[in-house]
Design a protein around this ligand. Structure first.
Ligand code: HEM
Length: 410
């Protein structure tokens, strides 16, 4: 029996049996410290996680989102709303919300579709030449990078530079911000410094040439200053926004696109349903995300002793919210919770969390994934991937692919 050990490669290969064990046997689990990580707690039942994330006064985000210590201090990054609690987080969130209005997101659809078609054409050319095709590298991971660059108003000529920065930031994040500065972490830090430098220059530019993009919206935003008078955000604050959007919006979305095809590759009957009724796509994407949650779990820190299901978690303890375990809880999703059902009604789920930190990019993520999967299935209805030959991130916090070879372009 595979036990819950978030830093173990065997657990990461298939975490779901261990999640099921936790849910049934130790829903409020204490994970002991060892030489790799400090001790922490873990919640795995849907209802417990749903309640906890909606009570930020007891389960705080302000001490970081992993079970490691001082991840915020280590990185030296500007404070971001995802690592703050209300009311400050609420105020910052309302500022960034202006960049994500439905109008701003909807106008992107045509451009995303054109981009996706061009990427599928690249896959087609490789396949025609008999070269290996990688769904994650050639399609899924390119879509959010393109969309983020568009959202920030990064000129086409600079967009090539953006991809390695996004990669570096997601790598740091997926490692739980534990930096191996001598190894690959060093290169990631250099890439991040480049990104900060680029964005700082772009912010300076926007201060004189206001543009209608997310950076422009942030430069124009005003918050009450110490004297109560409205004041503009500092460069440092705006960099924090850039950081949280890039970190939160890229790999998560790429993994959703890749997992859609991974799950459909194993379930031809479900694919048939989707091909026969393309209108099922919006619900199907939530079902893909429920079964393979891009964000598997993030931590909160208790601000006081809290009793969950009869167990007392002391104050100042890290508590993992195992979203991916809650998303397969039969108490919420019934006896078929582990099975793919593209027609499943899903009134609530944990893939985007809930409460004050509910993902601000849900519409944008779903739009990108819908367009990518729609276009791929239209061009190649029976495209399948070889998951066994793919490479996954090794992370306790996110689940996704680094590479995912196409088995049959279909
Ligand atoms: C399938 C794709 C995505 C998934 C699964 C996802 C998941 C999540 C989750 C679980 C959280 C809550 C974090 C917590 O519990 O502390 C979150 C927050 C957030 N996400 Fe997403 N996300 C996705 C796409 C995006 C996109 C496309 C963007 C922006 C471009 C984005 C921006 C954010 C931001 C800014 C927050 C912080 C919100 C706050 O703290 O108030 N996400 N996301």
């Amino acid at each position: 029996m595979q036990v819950y050990d978030p830093l173990d490669v065997e657990f990461l290969a298939d975490p779901y049996p261990a999640f099921a064990w936790l849910r049934e046997n130790e829903p409020v689990h204490h994970h002991p410290a060892d030489d790799r990580a400090p001790g922490f707690w873990a919640l795995s039942r849907f209802e417990h996680i749903w309640d906890a994330v909606r009570r930020p006064e007891l389960f705080s985000s302000a001490s970081g989102l992993t079970f490691f210590n001082d991840e915020i201090g280590q990185l030296g990054i500007p404070p971001t709303m995802v690592m703050l609690d209300p009311p400050v987080q609420t105020q910052l969130r309302s500022l960034i919300g202006r960049g994500f209005t439905p109008k701003r997101v909807t106008v992107l659809e045509d451009r995303i579709r054109t981009f996706v078609r061009a990427r599928i054409a690249v896959m087609d050319r490789l396949a025609a030449d008999g070269a290996p095709v990688d769904l994650h590298q050639q399609l899924s991971s390119t879509v959010p990078t393109y969309v983020l660059a568009e959202l920030f108003g990064i000129p086409l000529g600079d967009q090539q530079r953006f991809a390695p920065w996004v990669h570096a930031l997601t790598q740091l994040q997926n490692d739980g911000f534990t930096l191996d500065v001598e190894g690959s972490g060093g290169a990631a830090l250099v890439a991040m410094a480049e990104m900060m430098e680029y964005f700082t220059a772009a912010i300076t530019d926007r201060r004189t040439n206001l543009t209608d993009d997310l950076l422009g919206a942030l430069v124009a935003a005003e918050v009450p200053g110490p004297d109560g008078e409205p004041q503009r955000l500092s460069d440092w604050d705006i960099l924090g926004f850039c950081f949280v959007v890039v970190a939160g919006g890229s790999d998560t979305t790429a993994s959703l696109i890749s997992h859609s095809i991974t799950l459909l590759s194993e379930a031809p009957d479900q694919r048939r349903l989707l091909l026969d009724d393309p209108g099922l796509i919006n619900g199907a994407l939530i079902e893909f995300l429920r079964l393979e949650s891009s964000v598997q779990g993030l931590a909160r820190t208790t601000t006081a002793d809290v009793v969950v299901d009869g167990t007392t978690i002391p104050a100042s303890e890290k508590v993992m919210m195992l979203y991916a375990a809650g998303n397969r809880d039969p108490r919420e999703f019934g006896a078929t919770a582990d099975a793919l059902d593209v027609r499943r009604a899903i009134p609530r789920h944990l893939s985007f969390s809930s409460g004050p930190h509910f993902c601000i990019g849900t519409h944008l993520a779903r739009l990108q994934a819908r367009v990518a999967v729609e276009e791929l299935l239209a061009a190649h209805p029976w495209c399948t991937v070889d998951a066994a030959a793919g490479t996954r991130h090794q992370s306790a916090f996110v689940r996704g692919w680094l590479s995912l070879p196409v088995a049959d372009i279909g």
